[in-house]
Design a protein around this ligand. Structure first.
Ligand SMILES: [Zn+2]
Length: 681
């Protein structure tokens, strides 16, 4: 999904803070850069005559000087030690450096057609407290650039394009600079200049993206605090940046979106779907500065929650916005069941923890239910106002939430942020009786297992035309008594047909969910097993094409043949079988485990015989060889109209190339959460 760093760099053992950078960077598309950086440092304590800064070993330091006097320095891996005899409280030190980024790093690279540089990787740093940053970029004359904050100067001559990017407000990180031969589009909206820098073949999206950015910034500006800069840019970058599980990266004043998000056919990952979340990062953590351990909840979770708010407001709610049907919900539940989950509140690389975006958003949603929607609106605004351009942690957030709610909420944050499990609830002992003309429905709600959770839960009795609800509380009450079992009672005129616990899925809890192809959304490692009995080459090509697309989405894929596969290859979390029973011997021996089966060359779907060679059929079931794993079967009827394995919102799907001919979801009955009233009850 997305990626945002705050201050991941260790602070050396310096007793200095960096309060400003004024850096001029010259980028040479052959792969080199050079820069002159004036770093302003502030003493925060006595330095004992030594100054320590961090600077990447890929950077060659030509000189370090102070007041035109060269300074002696030594280097030890990523640390630079400078002899420190500065008398003033604030001192400016000038670094002249150069380096090569042709091969590049995970985050930075200078190629013939594009330069992406994460500034923290090449520029000296120590404890960060940036009050002012100016980046002058010198790039080829046919390139465009974007950097931190606002563009304050821009000129092109025969050889160079020079732009100055400046932040005269505090920022929690320098972020990135991007430069390439871009197609530039600009659109002004209420005093803010919206720019898109896209590659020529994606420039058809320019005006749509610039307009959407304008609407989102406007909305968040009113909801939280006004956007801080006079410009905002969406810039397209190549797919390698920051690894394959990242789709976009937020930086002060702009968002980098990968080419993949412009080209993919998977709506969930397209630029239009991810932009609101990415823009929300301009507030969390780029206006309200956060500690690393709070990023999962107060940055990623809150950006996801903010995006849901925007989409609800704009009437563009999609699968991404529904928590109960969210494609990452089943992957999250499976992760918890496998015991692989980690607490939300901790310092971690969110790139490898996609289900935590959903968990974070769910917690914000539940909080809204507990303190009520109107107060929740105030909560985020107050938090943004109070910690505007300041560093804050979860305790500040809890304090504001508690004062608005007028009650203690530490139990809520503790159970959801510091623990890994989620509640398992059950409705039971349901009894129905008719009293005069009123139906009385009584029963109990219980929290299963040993883990203690506290939560409100709605019980709904649903008739043909109407419903009635009761809300119960399970857990530790105000007096500290714990109760894991509580009665409910609902009265209604119409006879209830079904009693449902938490009908709107407002609580993050265990549920039985059918396996769906969208479960493949959380990247993991998978084994593709291709048939060798017939059409081996075509099947192999088919699988390889899918594996390329999945690798771009962050998967690690291994391809083997049916003849070489052993039982242990089937006992994996994600197993993909390629071929029909006449092509793949493992399909032949396992197709009985799937709901849809081949008869000869054809398949019966919804009563119709399917054998057209332009079709592909895909179905997914719980892996019979491994608990909480998935077995996916991809059966092409022919190879002329290739279909892609994408995370479709379906348990089975019949495809003709990109076209979805038919699809469905396995029916699952969750007796813990739904009680069906039998006729004659
Ligand atoms: Zn994000």
């Amino acid at each position: 999904m997305c990626f945002v760093f705050a201050d991941d760099l260790n602070d050396c053992d310096s007793l200095q803070t960096v309060i400003s950078h004024k850096v001029k960077i010259i980028i040479n598309p052959v792969g080199f850069f050079s820069y002159c950086d004036t770093v302003k440092l502030k003493n925060i304590s006595n330095n004992n005559g030594r100054l320590c800064l961090k600077i990447s070993p890929i950077v060659t330091i030509k000189s370090i000087s102070h007041n035109d006097e060269p300074l002696e320095f030594s280097r030890e891996r990523e640390k630079v030690f400078v002899k420190d005899n500065f008398s003033k409280e604030e001192n400016e030190i000038i670094f002249e450096c150069a380096g090569e980024l042709g091969e590049g790093t995970e985050f930075s690279r200078i190629a013939r057609n594009q330069a992406i540089i994460r500034l923290e990787e090449i520029i000296p740093s120590t404890i960060i407290n940036y009050k002012f940053v100016r980046v002058t970029l010198v790039i080829p004359s046919n390139w465009e650039s974007v950097g931190p904050g606002e563009m304050v100067y821009d000129t092109v001559d025969q050889n160079n394009h020079i732009s100055i990017w400046q932040c005269d407000k505090p920022i929690p990180m320098l972020g990135w600079v991007c430069a390439a031969e871009y197609s530039r589009f600009q659109h002004e909206n209420k005093g803010i200049l919206f720019t898109t820098l896209l590659f020529a073949d994606d420039s058809v999206f320019s005006s749509q993206i610039a307009k959407l950015s304008g609407n989102v910034i406007q909305y968040f500006g009113e909801k939280f605090v006004p956007y801080r800069f006079k410009n905002f840019t969406v810039v397209e970058v190549d797919n390698w940046v920051a690894g394959n599980s990242v789709l976009a990266i937020a930086s002060p004043g702009f968002v980098m979106v990968k080419k993949f998000a412009f080209t993919t056919e998977d709506k969930f990952n397209r630029v239009e779907s991810i932009l609101a979340h990415e823009i929300a990062h301009q507030w969390w953590p780029l206006t309200v500065f956060l500690y690393d351990e709070d990023l999962p909840f107060l940055s990623e979770g809150l950006c996801e929650h903010s995006a849901r708010w925007y989409n609800k407001f704009s009437g563009q709610e999609s699968g991404r916005d529904s928590l109960g049907n969210h494609p990452l919900l089943r992957p999250l539940l499976l992760k918890i069941l496998r015991g692989e989950d980690t607490p939300l509140r901790q310092k971690k690389d969110m790139r490898y923890s996609q289900t935590h975006y959903l968990k974070g958003a769910y917690i914000h949603h539940m909080l809204q239910d507990i303190i009520d929607e109107r107060k929740a609106e105030m909560l985020y605004k107050l938090y943004a106002q109070k910690f505007y351009e300041k560093k804050t942690n979860i305790y500040d957030f809890i304090t504001i939430a508690e004062s608005l709610a007028g009650k203690k909420l530490d139990w809520f944050f503790d159970q959801w942020l510091n623990r890994t499990n989620i509640p398992r609830l059950k409705i039971y002992n349901v009894k129905l009786k008719l009293n005069g003309n009123i139906w009385i429905c009584e029963g109990r709600v219980r929290l299963l297992g040993y883990e203690k959770f506290s939560t409100f839960a709605t019980v709904r009795a649903e008739g043909k035309n109407s419903y009635k609800e009761d809300t119960v509380f399970i857990g530790t009450d105000i007096e500290g008594r714990y109760n894991n079992d509580t009665p409910f009672r609902i009265e209604m005129y119409e006879k209830p047909q079904r009693i449902i616990l938490d009908p709107l899925n407002n609580i993050l809890k265990f549920r039985k969910l059918p396996p769906k192809l969208s479960d493949l959304r959380e990247p993991s490692s998978g084994t593709m097993i291709i048939g060798t009995k017939n059409n081996y080459d075509s099947l192999r090509k088919f699988a390889e094409r899918d594996s390329v697309e999945m690798t771009l989405a962050g998967w690690v894929i291994r391809i083997i043949t049916d003849t070489s596969a052993t039982l242990s290859d089937l006992q994996r979390s994600y197993v993909f079988l390629y071929g029909t029973p006449v092509q793949n011997q493992l399909v032949e021996s396992n197709q009985g485990k799937f709901p849809f089966k081949f008869q000869g060359d054809s398949l019966i779907i919804n009563g119709e015989e399917v054998s057209d060679v332009s079709l592909t059929f895909i179905q997914v079931i719980d892996n019979p060889y491994l608990e909480n794993g998935l077995l996916i079967w991809i059966a092409p009827f022919g190879f002329d109209v290739p279909a892609k394995l994408l995370p479709y919102d379906a348990s089975w799907i019949l495809l003709k190339g990109k076209e979805e001919i038919a699809k469905g979801i396995w029916e699952i009955y969750d007796e813990d959460l739904v009680f069906e009233v039998k006729s004659g009850f």
